[in-house]
Write a protein that binds this ligand. Structure first.
Ligand SMILES: NC(=O)c1ccc[n+]([C@@H]2O[C@H](COP(=O)([O-])OP(=O)(O)OC[C@H]3O[C@@H](n4cnc5c(N)ncnc54)[C@H](OP(=O)(O)O)[C@@H]3O)[C@@H](O)[C@H]2O)c1
Length: 335
């Protein structure tokens, strides 16, 4: 089969090329899908650079989310048939014509979603759902702070917070264009802050009448750490999903964690067990997926597509993400 490969196993954008790889076969409990569209995620860049801690057994081909058609069923799989139209999450291998996924990692593609929209959902919405709903236990009336608001995961988290009844959702981003977008979409942020020019902790305090955020979704780590702690309300919960701004905090006073009774948790999705992912996807399928439509759809929550590339332009697609230009998802079509 054809697949996007990385010359010498790791390297810069220029090392991505369309080559040949062995087509996988589905073992017991697995399904083979012919991929139509795959989504780019930030971790793809880290993996390409050789900086991503790969879970044991993960395929070396990049890509964790896709849409496509079921072409072969492994032993013991009863709920899928050849020809079923699906979207799904995998441990890797989506930058290819064919991918293997565990049978519980697939969702039926609704007719109201295009192939591109369907493939844009699994990784970012499941990550946001896990961080916000499962781990931080967001609830009606909460005040929420979401960093990297215009990222794929950020946009999903903002909307899921609104769906779950958050009173305010403050989002951060680096440009006015991104902030305007976050405030303009139907279930978008109620407040938006440029973290490069303003103190987001002060903004959250003002928005919440001095109380602070009940939930913070962070991707930044060290450079936001103190302000995140300052932003959190009593009994606040913060889920850390990435460390885009560094991992080392030189000096920190632990008293605020104790006195404010904070709960701070890191999380990953790709490294979770197949059972964990299957349970998470089942819960997501029930609680959130039915609310998601394409940008033109009438549902409250939408998937926002920044740009669609043919997979022959994979280098341009990676460069766009690397330059932080996207508001929403960057997608690639198999041509
Ligand atoms: N742990 C997990 O389970 C998990 C799963 C999926 C994704 N993730 C992580 O979630 C993050 C978002 O993923 P994505 O694919 O949605 O990303 P994305 O669409 O590429 O967006 C990432 C955004 O982060 C912001 N950013 C970059 N460097 C920053 C810095 N040093 N300080 C503050 N903001 C910075 C940029 O927006 P601005 O221009 O607004 O700064 C950038 O556009 C990534 O870091 C990814 O690795 C974690």
């Amino acid at each position: 089969m054809r697949a996007i490969l990385v010359k010498d196993g790791k390297g810069p954008v220029e090392s991505l090329y369309l080559g040949e790889a062995e087509q996988p076969r589905p073992g017991p409990g697995k399904v083979l899908v012919k991929v139509k569209v795959f989504g780019l995620n930030r971790m793809d860049i880290l993996q390409r650079e050789g900086k991503y801690p790969m879970p044991p057994g993960a395929p070396t081909i990049l890509g964790v989310e896709f849409s496509g058609t079921v072409v072969e069923i492994g032993e013991g799989v009863v709920e899928w048939r050849e020809g079923d139209e699906v979207l799904g999450l995998a441990m890797g291998g989506a930058y290819a014509e064919y991918i293997i996924a565990p049978h519980r990692n697939l969702l039926r593609k609704p007719v109201h979603l295009s192939w591109v929209e369907a493939a844009s959902i699994p990784e970012v919405f499941l990550t946001a759902f896990q961080a916000l709903v499962v781990l931080a236990e967001v609830k009606k009336g909460d005040d929420v702070l979401v960093h990297a608001g215009a990222s794929g995961v950020g946009l999903a988290a903002i909307q899921l917070a609104r769906l779950n009844g958050a009173t305010t959702v403050t989002a951060t981003a680096s440009t006015q264009e991104k902030l305007d977008m976050l405030l303009s979409i139907p279930a978008g942020a109620t407040h938006a802050v440029n973290y490069k020019t303003s103190n987001f902790a002060a903004a959250v305090k003002e928005t919440t009448g001095g109380k602070g955020a009940d939930v913070v979704i962070d991707f930044v780590g060290a450079s936001h750490w103190q302000k995140n702690i300052d932003s959190l309300a009593f009994d606040g919960r913060m889920t850390i999903l990435a460390l885009l701004g560094g991992s080392l905090v030189p000096e920190f006073d632990l008293r605020m964690i104790l006195y404010k009774r904070l709960r701070i948790q890191g999380s990953t999705l790709r490294a979770r067990s197949e059972d964990y992912q299957g349970d998470l996807i089942a819960r997501f399928a029930h609680d959130a997926f039915p609310h998601i439509t394409g940008a033109e759809g009438s549902g409250m929550i939408k998937t926002y597509i920044h740009k669609v590339y043919p997979w022959t332009e994979i280098q341009e697609a990676h460069s766009e993400m690397e330059a932080n230009k996207n508001s929403g998802k960057i997608m690639c079509e198999i041509v």
